[in-house]
Design a protein around this ligand. Structure first.
Ligand SMILES: Cc1ncc(COP(=O)(O)O)c(C=O)c1O
Length: 397
């Protein structure tokens, strides 16, 4: 994104949004940056994350049909077949903006499954857009962003893009959970405390009680953003009950992971209605919130497939156990994970190892600046992980 875009001339923000931003200490120079960020919507965070300096060299065979793709934390397979059928069934009515009440069905199903009122749920095309918005809405000059390190970098990229103070606190040494007490101590007056649980890239859980402590002790006017992108893979308790209890919490969910819909783009944001309104005030056009009807249909159907969710989780766990057993056998250290990824430690720079795997037609994940000798390996299908282990033996030979 070029600096030309930071000019106010590029601003498409409503008058309300401008007044709010000025009142929170942003200057007119920020308007263009904020409209650019929110205008990119769903594409923003993945693009920003990809621009991360620690991303390493692009693997040689990315996107090649023969490539084993275990680098981007995607699901190894597509939507549940029954749910996909619901999407296919709606295609002939794709000429209609609203062929039926698909959006309401999605909201209703989410409300039933999660036990929160419909007006506490906002669907988006993925979770990247609401993640960016939560930073714009609650952080600003004088109210920074605090996250773990390592964690999903989108919040870092947005903070840097907006020139907002960013504080990164290492994961807790004993269990690699987010150190919520350390986060609050590091910046007791921040605007956003971001907790990713299970954490990307470690797959480690931050106990809900710790998140509750942070919510109860954080400064007034701030928000705790809980990113639960990988929660279905862990099956552990959610922070959504805190939303229901009226607390200052935003919970982000995506269909890009266990539900196999990364390219179909769908996500849900759970928060009190007044928090959602704050996040929505930057664009006046309700068309910006319309979603492809196919995604609404597939998502609505998927939410109700409790048995299929458990089955997919178990399939992932079997492939993860297989991979971990192989790593152990070879004496390669890794962090025990509860999600569809493992952080593996090499004895040399991760960028070199990634290139060596690419030569074996296996695309592994990136490293983080704090851990230059570790790579994130996404758990794919059992066949993917067998291919990873075979490649590992060759790479280590
Ligand atoms: C923790 C986390 N949050 C959010 C996202 C964004 O996903 P999406 O915009 O596809 O919902 C990702 C993507 O990898 C992620 O790992």
């Amino acid at each position: 994104m070029s600096d030309i875009l930071s000019d106010e001339a590029c601003c498409t923000l409503s008058g309300d949004a401008r007044s709010d931003l000025l009142a929170r200490g942003y200057s007119r120079r920020h308007f263009g940056r904020i409209s650019t960020l929110l205008g990119m919507g769903a594409a923003a965070a993945p693009l920003l994350a990809r621009a991360a300096p620690s991303a390493g060299p692009k693997a040689a065979f990315v996107g090649h049909p023969d490539m084993v793709r275990i680098g981007s934390n995607e699901c190894w397979t597509g939507p549940f077949p029954d749910a996909a059928q619901a999407g296919i069934a709606v295609i002939p009515q794709g000429n209609r903006y609203e062929p039926s009440d698909l959006r309401q069905t999605l909201l209703f199903n989410a409300s039933q499954v999660e036990g929160v009122p419909v007006d506490h749920i906002q669907p988006w095309a993925g979770s990247s857009d609401p993640l960016c918005r939560s930073i714009v809405s609650f952080a600003g000059p004088g109210r920074g962003v605090v996250t773990a390190n390592p964690t999903y970098e989108a919040a870092w990229m947005v903070a840097k893009w907006l020139n907002v103070k960013l504080t990164r606190v290492p994961l807790r040494a004993r269990d690699q959970a987010t150190d919520v007490r350390g986060m609050l101590a590091a910046d007791p007056h921040a605007g956003v405390y971001y907790v990713c649980s299970p954490n990307n890239p470690t797959g480690t859980i931050t106990p809900v009680e710790d998140i509750e402590w942070l919510v109860d002790n954080k400064p007034k006017g701030s928000i705790v953003v809980v990113d639960e992108a990988y929660l279905h893979f862990a099956g552990t308790p959610s922070a959504i009950p805190m939303v229901k209890a009226g607390k200052d919490v935003i919970v982000l969910r995506t269909f890009s992971k266990l539900f196999g819909m990364a390219g179909l783009r769908l996500g849900l944001c759970f928060a009190r209605p007044d928090i959602l309104s704050k996040m929505l005030r930057y664009d006046g056009n309700y068309l910006s919130y319309m979603l492809p009807v196919t995604s609404e249909a597939i998502g609505a159907h998927s939410l109700l497939m409790a048995d299929a969710i458990v089955q997919r989780r178990n399939e992932m766990i079997a492939a993860r156990d297989f991979t971990c057993a192989h790593l152990k056998k070879r004496g390669i250290p890794f962090i025990p994970s509860q999600a569809n990824m493992i952080m593996v430690q090499w004895s040399k720079p991760a960028a070199e190892v990634k290139a060596a795997f690419a030569a074996q037609k296996v695309e592994i994940g990136r490293s983080w600046e704090i851990w230059p000798n570790r790579s994130r390996i996404t758990i794919g299908s059992m066949a993917n992980m067998q291919a990873f282990c075979t490649a590992l033996d060759k790479v280590m030979a």
